[in-house]
Structures are given as C-alpha cells and as structure tokens.
Design a protein around this ligand. Structure first.
Ligand SMILES: Nc1ncnc2c1ncn2[C@@H]1O[C@H](COP(=O)(O)OP(=O)(O)OP(=O)(O)O)[C@@H](O)[C@H]1O
Ligand SMILES: [Mg+2]
Length: 422
C-alpha cells in the first residue's frame, strides 16, 4: 500500500457521518470512488450508522467526549491508514476535524479558531473584532441567579436566549418580557452534554438582540483563503417563542442586490472565523433596515438537505466538491456552478399532540415536481408540535423553473398534505 492510496484510491477520513448531512456526505464520497475511514463510536456505528455500512470501508472508534485524546487517536490512526483528506458533517465535531486535519498537515480550516466556530460567545467576539454585522449581545449568563444581576435598562425586547454550544435550535427562545427570562434560561441550559457522544457543553447562555427579518443561509467553499459561495438559501421557520426550520428554497427568490449583500457579509464572516479551506454554512437574518446580520457560521456542510437542493439547482454536488478539495483532487481553477432552476425542501411538522397514524404527501403538484419525499417519524409514535427540528414527520423536495412557481408549490404542498394524528 502506498502512503495515501489503497488500490490507487485516495483515503478520506469522514468524522461521524450521522444525520441527514452525514448520509448525503457518504453518498457523495462514494460517487467519487474514495476509500472511506469513518471516525465514530462503536455504539453509533451499530445504531445510527447501521443502514450505511455499504458506504463505509473502514472505521476508527474513538471517544469524542475526551477531546485531546480523540484528536491524538485520530491523527495517529489516520497516519497509519494513509488518510489524505478529512471531512466532517456533525457540527459538534467540526473543531476536532480542524485539529486532526492540522495535525496531519492536510487541507482544512484554521485550527487555532476551531473553538470560535463551535461556541457562539467566542464566535461573537471574533466576528465583532472583524466588524461583521451581528445581533447585539446584551448579556452572557452562566447561572440562573445571574438574571437578578442584569440591568433591565440594558435589555431590549424581544430578545433571544440561546445556549452557546448546542445546535438544531435546542434551547433557543424568543421572549418578549423579563418575566419569561427564567424559563428561557432553564430551557437553554437543560442540556449539559451533546448526544450521542456526550461532549460536554459550556454553560454560557447568550442573551441577544432579536433580528426580525427574513432568514437565509449561504453555502460556500473556501480554497486557500478565498471564499466561493454557491448562493443564498431562503429559510422558513416556525414563529413564536421557539424557532424550528420548516423549509428552504435554493436559490433564494430575492433581488441580485440583496443576494450580493448577503454573500459579501457571509464571506467576511467565513474568513474572520478562519474558514480558509473547506465547506461552510453561514446563517443570516435581515434587520429592520433590510440589512444582513450574521446569526452563525461554521465549517461544515448545511444540514436539512440543503446540499441536495444546491445539487438539484446547479447540477453540482457541494459535498462532492468538499471531499474532492479535502483530498487535493479539486481543479485549481474551480468556481461554483450557477443555479439553473429552483428547488425547495418542505418539512411536515405535527400541528397537534397524539399518536402518529399517517402522513400522505400529494403525488403531484400544479406548480412544481416532487422529486423525493420521506416519512421520517415512526408510525404509532407519540408526536407533538415541539420547538426543535426533531419533531418532523417527513419531508418533500420540489423542483421548478421559476421563483413564483416554487413559492406557490410550497403553499400547495402545505394545503394538500394530509396528516393523521389521534
Ligand atoms: N439573534 C437572533 N435574532 C433572530 N432570530 C434568531 C437569533 N438567534 C437565533 N435566531 C433564530 O433561531 C434559530 C436557531 O438559532 P441558532 O442558529 O443560533 O441555533 P442553533 O441551535 O445553531 O440552530 P440550528 O442548528 O437550527 O441552526 C435561527 O435559525 C433563527 O431563526
Ligand atoms: Mg443555526
């Protein structure tokens, strides 16, 4: 075996390919014919990764909850196996991925800022230093008693309360009065460790200005310090106290001026956070003046099937580009493909609490084609509206040629989908 190939195939370390993002990443890597080494735990391998065994060639079992030891093990084992690229899709492991790539002298984002991309308080400080437009950080508290020390006059409502290190909207609240703050703190601080690896979270809870406008994300790749975005995704979330994602459209149906404004702000954030190489997902909302402010940015692919939307729209799979770049196979003059059509994903959420009996998505729409759909909740399970991305019952991906028709199709799908909860 040569240093970086098995039977001429390059070897790529894939750090914990769980969740929707992980599945898509594994499939993209398989399409490139790379040999995969999966960094996971034995328990995850035999449960959450059970259905993807044919996409995984080799494994390294590692305890991610002991950070330094995990990094050391991954560097040593990867060296022995001849790994020539590192990719990650699980948000909680992006910092370990950056350290491992750095330790192996492989392509990746700046490892010295790996924690800044994982901790929203640290991220805030880096982005503020770089003069990126942000929600104003009103306070950071680590204890319920800290609420009594807050100066009411410093708080402007509505405001956002959220944990520094969780994800998938866990513990994120939008509140309108000071009376709601103790409960929002309790909600934000209820998880002390990540699941399923038991990675400890910082106890910092952020209190932030609420940015009221439309939400977007930007999917891009950085190559040697230069940012190449595929475009802007428009995001739809639930309203009210908690925000969970209900759907996305790519490319966002917005003016070119606004798109370029959003891309510029995302690029500034990505580079400030040290994402000099590799894929990134940046979340942005518009403020009162219609100007973009950064909610967060991280060195990982988007979740929620967004990479699939980019692929449907541009005919280029961003995850394949990420993996190609990681192993040094991306052409030097790469630029992202332009969108040729509109695509959307819509998540079906329960509107009432009860036993989930059935979900019937329409087979046809007037305004778009449904090209993929899945029922994700267990039939017979107990479901409820909830406040995170976990309560979803299923999803559908749509494609259409115009921005008007993709918007109409999202409405049409909502109106014609039948959910039975008893
Ligand atoms: N300062 C803010 N102003 C307005 N809305 C916000 C703000 N912070 C968060 N939100 C809303 O809450 C959602 C989740 O917040 P955030 O992205 O910070 O948490 P997360 O746990 O990383 O969520 P996810 O993984 O779903 O992106 C955002 O997508 C946005 O809709
Ligand atoms: Mg987010």
């Amino acid at each position: 075996m040569s240093a970086s190939t098995i039977n001429e195939k390059k070897i790529i370390l894939v750090i914990e390919p769980i969740g929707m993002g992980g599945e898509l990443l594994l499939k993209a890597i398989r399409s490139l014919g790379l040999h995969t080494v999966i960094a996971t735990t034995e328990k995850v391998y035999h449960s959450m990764l059970l259905n993807f065994k044919e996409l995984m060639d080799d494994t390294i079992f590692v305890d991610f909850s002991v950070r330094e030891k995990a990094i050391e093990t991954l560097i040593n084992e990867s060296r022995k196996k001849g790994v020539s690229g590192v990719v990650v899709s699980w948000e909680f492991l992006t910092d370990i991925a950056a350290e491992v790539a750095h330790g192996l002298n492989l392509c990746g984002p700046d490892a010295t800022l790996s924690k800044a991309r994982r901790n929203k308080h640290f991220m805030y400080r880096i982005l503020a230093d770089a003069h990126c437009p942000l929600p104003h950080l009103q306070a950071v508290i680590t204890n319920k008693d800290d609420i009594n020390q807050l100066h009411l006059e410093d708080l402007t409502f509505p405001l956002v309360v959220k944990p520094a290190e969780n994800a998938a909207s866990f513990g994120v609240s939008v509140i309108n009065t000071i009376e709601d703050l103790p409960q929002a703190y309790t909600d934000a601080s209820q998880w002390s460790h990540e699941f399923p690896h038991d990675i400890p979270f910082s106890n910092e809870i952020l209190i932030q200005e609420y940015i009221p406008g439309q939400e977007f994300s930007v999917e891009g790749i950085s190559i040697s310090g230069k940012y190449f975005p595929w475009g802007v995704t428009m995001k739809f979330t639930t309203q009210g106290k908690a925000r969970a994602e209900t759907g996305h459209i790519f490319p966002a149906p917005i003016s070119d001026v606004l798109r370029d404004d959003i891309l510029a702000v995302a690029g500034k954030a990505v580079i400030a956070l040290g994402i000099t190489n590799g894929i990134s997902h940046t979340e942005i909302k518009l403020d009162h003046n219609g100007k973009p402010r950064i909610i967060e940015s991280c060195s990982r692919p988007a979740g929620d099937y967004i990479p699939r939307l980019v692929e449907i729209s541009t005919d280029e799979n961003p995850l394949a580009i990420y993996a190609k770049h990681a192993v040094g196979n991306l052409h030097a003059d790469f630029t992202p493909a332009h969108a040729k059509r509109y695509s959307a994903v819509q998540f079906i959420r329960p509107e009432t609490e009860g036993i989930f009996k059935s979900l019937k998505l329409p087979s046809k729409l007037d305004h778009a084609n449904i090209i993929e759909s899945r029922v994700t909740a267990q039939l017979g399970s107990h479901v409820k509206p909830g406040s995170t991305n976990m309560e979803r019952l299923g999803w559908a991906i749509l494609v259409s040629n115009s921005e008007q028709s993709i918007l109409h199709a999202m409405d049409e799908l909502s109106k014609t989908t039948k959910v039975d909860i008893e």
